[in-house]
Design a binder for this molecule. Structure first.
Ligand SMILES: [Zn+2]
Length: 285
């Protein structure tokens, strides 16, 4: 089944929510970067979050998430656009199997203490950027904290990736639910009750729940209307032309030096591992 995302609003206009099945996206990311399990889980959650957040902004705008930590994964990045395309990478994809006391992959430990940075390109001169310290390293809780602190929107975020015993991706998905300013006390109480009861997202996806069925659980007791539904894919937007622009930005002298020494200049895309090569003529040096 193809991955897709839905965005809904309750008919009382007090809650908005999004949910996604990102199983294929995370499978593709795992294959592209050949990630070990804890890196797959951390990258998968980051990609899932970026997809959800990328669908909360207007067409043409992009959302980027960056997580830096003092744990072995060091850095995670994901970028998504409004069309449901996402790409990402993890600095150290080969971190050894790390599990916690419950035998679960220990994403929090693999990330460590650090920072979550959200960057939104909203078509303005300067992109919007907000950041918070990591409060748990589990990513979902950190994003919940980000929304509340940085954007002042009471929110809840659930993200999960389930890995097979052969280390491949079994299921992945997530949701974001946000209270709108008109939300009543009753609505808040009901939503809190629902969230306290909800099971781990990756397990629900693995049981075959579709994004709308996931939201039926999150929004038990509320009626809602679907505002948008779209396919999501893992897709890198890099190109030889853009890579050349990036190189030119490095400075002419540096490029001249590299070409003089190696005969060509090589640059690898972090997101998809595509290698672009430029020789003397192509760089006009
Ligand atoms: Zn690329």
């Amino acid at each position: 089944m193809e991955d897709y995302l839905i965005r809904v609003m309750t008919t009382n206009k007090e809650i908005r929510a999004l949910a996604v099945n990102s199983t294929e996206v995370v499978k593709n990311a795992q294959e592209a970067h050949n990630t070990a399990p804890v890196a797959t889980a951390a990258l998968g959650r980051t990609l899932t979050a970026a997809l959800l957040m990328g669908s909360m902004v207007k067409t043409g705008h992009e959302t980027a998430l960056k997580i830096t930590g003092d744990g072995p994964l060091k850095k995670l990045a994901a970028e998504a656009n409004h069309h449901g395309e996402v790409r990402g990478y993890v600095h150290n994809s080969k971190v050894d199997f790390m599990t916690n006391k419950q035998g679960k992959l220990d994403v929090a430990k693999a990330i460590g203490k650090g920072q979550l940075i959200v960057r939104k390109n909203l078509g303005l001169e300067e992109p919007y950027e907000g950041s918070v310290p990591l409060i748990s390293g589990e990513i979902g809780e950190d994003l919940t904290y980000y929304f509340t602190q940085s954007e002042q929107i009471p929110s809840a975020v659930g993200l999960g990736v389930l890995i097979n015993t052969d280390l491949s991706v079994k299921a992945s998905g997530g949701f974001i639910v946000q209270l709108l300013p008109e939300a009543s006390e009753e609505t808040i109480e009901q939503l809190e009750k629902n969230l306290a009861k909800i099971e781990v997202v990756s397990k629900l996806i693995d049981q075959g729940l579709k994004p709308e069925e996931l939201l039926e659980k999150v929004l038990t007791g509320f009626e809602f209307r679907t505002l948008a539904e779209k396919e999501v894919v893992y897709k890198c937007k890099c190109s030889k032309e853009d890579t050349k622009k990036l190189l030119v930005g490095l400075g002419r002298e540096e490029i001249e030096d590299i070409i003089a020494e190696e005969g060509q200049v090589e640059i690898e895309c972090h997101f998809c591992n595509e290698v672009y090569r430029f020789d003397k003529e192509e760089m006009n040096v």
